[in-house]
Design a protein around this ligand. Structure first.
Ligand code: ADP
Ligand code: ZN
Length: 725
């Protein structure tokens, strides 16, 4: 029977192979062995019951807590040509009767129900006349009081099982601590059932924590690099949501707010606009997210730190359900921590204790300087084995990024000591920089030996250093007054027994973007973005015509494969991810038309699916030639600096020579060496347009000296590489 399942997977859903555990679960369900499946969001739980439902003679009843999700699922199944219906209070009497008639005639495979509908006499009577082969309980954690959204109605499901002794029971959830797991098994009487526990590591999520400095700017920098992408920005309070939303709107972003202070009507409307790609960004409190099935959410930003790891995990889990690489950016500031601490202090007893533990693990996660997946997985009782995940800010950081700040740390901390540990980071920076600020003079801090010994750095750099010292545990912030205190460990640094190493500027939200890790898939990295956009437009048009969300027609992955392989025929199209027979019939023609036209216009041919690796070129003897050729194999500038044992600037000048000789180089790899935001980069480029790229001085002046020469050199090379020398 698993052969049949595999065939359905390809024929109907257009997928080549099962995801981990799917095959095992489906095999069990088909054998009528009860199963409990715990898989993270996006793991592919739905197919575990949808495919058996299509194979069973009888009906599969799916219990789901949210009406919006049911509707979404049925719409999706409809697109795949799979007969499914739901019964709930949103249906008109005619629709209701029509669905009942379909059920009675045995022409549907799946019936979606909320638990309260299932408990109604009319529904029970209806089901008694039908053959039910499978009971699926989605979001099964709702059955447990220990879960985060307990639904009393779920409790009654246990009794229903007895009425259908021939039906197999399949319980699914994305969140289950061992306690919740036990509850589910016990309440549903599934003691002898199989339990499938998938890893909670979401491999496609890029995890990043940045120091919050100018959050609006930081978010704008980030968004600038993500035109046309869907994302969620979480804020702590309603007020913050409104503020950020109106700021983003003023900057021309397509954003909408969502929080409990808005009327139900407005909330539904905004959520709908997001799902249908009418608005790209939703700025929201934690109230947003339940019941969102949108698979192509490309980023989740936390403007404020989340309350605990569990909610953080859930919220970032809304990104990248389709398996494509997606970003999770968390902005962290010390004052957010104090804010949460303040709320915790209002609590009492055990509640307070639990909240404090939660805060502690959250802080630990944010300040951790190893792979972020370790503390995250650990929280869910899973061990993350790899040393380097390759997809979190810490793992992506390059060796050379870590610098030694011992000398500055000594200056800074002795200034903290000299001023009596009674001041905050700004004041210390002022003293070090020899400021004539009133407060400095009033306190006679201009007479201290540390006055003016830190002119080499900007005020901002000293403040960043204070954060680094807090992160490393050398300084503490008094929680009442915000003044900095020296810790025991700091003494070792002051005496020269311990060194301080770290990253000073952790405020960049897109620095990694330039060095964006390649995904494991060429389709994702190298598809034709112009065609992709055209296909997206078509998808949106077709979706609006039918009043359904675009992703129901095809997920992004499908459009990416189309814009990578350029299929010209229906046969080839059928081999594309997510194209099954029903969708081929419905949408094959309009999409093929666009692909063909695009290929004609641009002289592109269909790509055969097996392409061998390109032959490696031999390199000539000269150094800059070697560097150039090595660079062409895809190595980063940092990598080359290490390989040749020279500084980055040397590699840059080698590449410039290579370029000057008429060779071509990829500008993106050069840009990766820059740590400027895309917004800043574009400013520099504009100035180069205006002043010409050859001489840097006028550009330096033009930008008010805000970009240093090292950066300008990088951008000059990138500019020349891009625009021809
Ligand atoms: P969950 O319910 O666990 O959050 P879904 O069932 O919604 O996850 O699946 C997430 C996405 O992955 C969907 O777009 C789904 O079509 C896709 N998917 C599921 N199984 C496979 C598979 N075997 N191959 C490719 N894509 C799959
Ligand atoms: Zn990592």
């Amino acid at each position: 029977m698993i052969e049949q399942a595999r065939q359905i997977l390809k024929e109907t859903f257009g997928y080549d192979s099962f995801r981990p555990l799917q095959e095992d679960v489906i095999t069990d369900v088909l054998k009528k062995k009860d199963s409990l499946v715990i898989m993270p969001t996006g793991g592919g739980k739905s197919l575990c019951y949808q495919i058996p439902a299509m194979i069973f003679d009888g009906l599969t009843v799916v219990i789901s807590p949210l009406i919006s999700l049911m509707k979404d699922q049925v719409e999706q199944l409809d697109e795949y040509g799979v007969p499914a219906v739901f019964l709930n209070s949103t249906l008109s009497p005619e629709q209701y009767q029509s669905n009942v008639a379909k059920l009675r005639s045995g022409s549907v495979d799946m019936l979606y129900l909320a638990p309260e509908t299932l408990m109604m006499d009319s529904t029970r009577n209806l089901l008694r006349d039908l053959k039910v082969d499978c009971f699926t309980i989605d979001e099964a954690h709702c059955i447990s009081e220990w879960g985060h959204d307990f639904r009393p109605e779920y409790r009654q499901l246990a009794s229903v099982r007895e009425t259908f002794p021939d039906a197999v029971c399949l319980a699914l959830t994305a969140t289950a601590t061992p306690r919740v797991r036990d509850d589910i098994q016990q309440i549903l009487d599934m003691k002898d059932s199989s339990v499938y526990l998938a890893s909670f590591n979401r491999e496609n999520l890029l995890l990043k924590v940045a120091d919050k400095e100018n959050p609006l700017d930081q978010i704008l920098d980030f968004l600038y690099t993500r035109p046309n992408q869907s994302g969620i920005i979480y804020c702590f309070s309603r007020r913050q949501v409104d503020e950020l939303w109106s700021d983003l709107k003023a900057e021309g972003h397509s954003a909408l707010p969502y929080h409990a202070g808005l009327s139900e009507r407005v909330r539904t409307r905004n959520q709908d606009a997001f799902i249908r790609d009418n608005a790209q960004i939703i700025v929201a409190t934690v109230a947003f997210g339940m019941g969102i099935n949108k698979p192509d959410v490309r980023f989740v930003i936390h403007h404020d730190m989340p309350q605990n790891i569990e909610s953080y995990y859930q919220q970032i889990g809304r990104a990248g359900r389709d398996g494509l690489q997606s970003d999770c950016l968390l902005l962290y500031s010390y004052s957010d921590k104090s804010k949460i601490q303040y709320f915790i202090n209002q609590k009492e007893g055990q509640e307070k204790e639990v909240a404090e533990k939660h805060l502690e693990s959250m802080i630990h996660y944010m300040e951790f300087d190893g792979c972020r997946r370790k503390p995250l997985m650990n929280y869910f009782g899973e061990e993350y084995e790899k040393e380097n995940c390759g997809l979190c800010d810490n793992c992506l950081r390059q060796q050379g990024d870590l610098q030694d700040y011992t000398e500055q740390a000594q200056k800074y901390m002795s200034c903290v000591v000299r001023t009596g540990e009674r001041y905050g980071a700004h004041h210390i920076a002022d003293v070090l920089r020899g400021s004539k600020a009133k407060r400095v003079l009033q306190q006679k801090h201009d007479e201290l030996s540390t006055y003016g010994i830190g002119m080499e750095w900007s005020k901002n750099q000293w403040i960043q250093l204070s954060r680094l010292l807090i992160r490393k545990g050398f300084l503490e912030k008094d929680s009442d007054h915000g003044n900095l205190l020296i810790t025991k460990d700091a003494k070792k640094v002051l005496q020269g027994d311990e060194r301080v190493q770290g990253i000073l500027d952790r405020t960049q939200t897109v620095a990694d973007e330039n060095a964006r890790p390649k995904t494991s898939s060429d389709v994702e990295d190298k598809h034709n973005v112009h065609l992709f956009e055209k296909l997206r437009e078509k998808r949106k048009e077709l979706a609006d015509e039918q009043d359904i969300p675009p992703y129901v027609i095809f997920p992004d992955t499908t459009l990416m494969e189309m814009s990578y392989y350029f299929p010209q025929s229906e046969e080839y199209l059928m081999g594309i991810y997510g194209v099954g027979s029903s969708k081929l019939k419905k949408y094959g023609a309009p999409f093929l038309k666009i692909i063909r036209e695009f290929c004609d216009e641009n002289n592109i041919e269909e790509r055969s699916r097996e392409i061998g690796k390109k032959v490696k070129k031999t390199s000539s003897g000269k150094k800059h030639h070697q560097v150039g050729e090595e660079y062409k194999t895809g190595k980063s500038i940092d990598h080359l600096a290490e390989q040749f044992g020279v500084k980055t600037v040397t590699i840059l000048s080698n590449l410039k020579k290579y370029l000057d000789e008429g060779n071509k180089i990829d500008p993106d790899g050069v840009l990766a060496a820059s740590s400027l935001s895309q917004r800043k980069i574009d400013e520099v480029y504009e100035s180069m347009e205006k002043n010409g790229p050859a001489i840097l001085k006028p550009i330096y002046e033009d930008l008010n000296k805000s970009v240093d020469y090292n950066e300008l050199r990088i951008l000059q090379l990138a500019y020349l590489a891009q625009n021809g020398n």
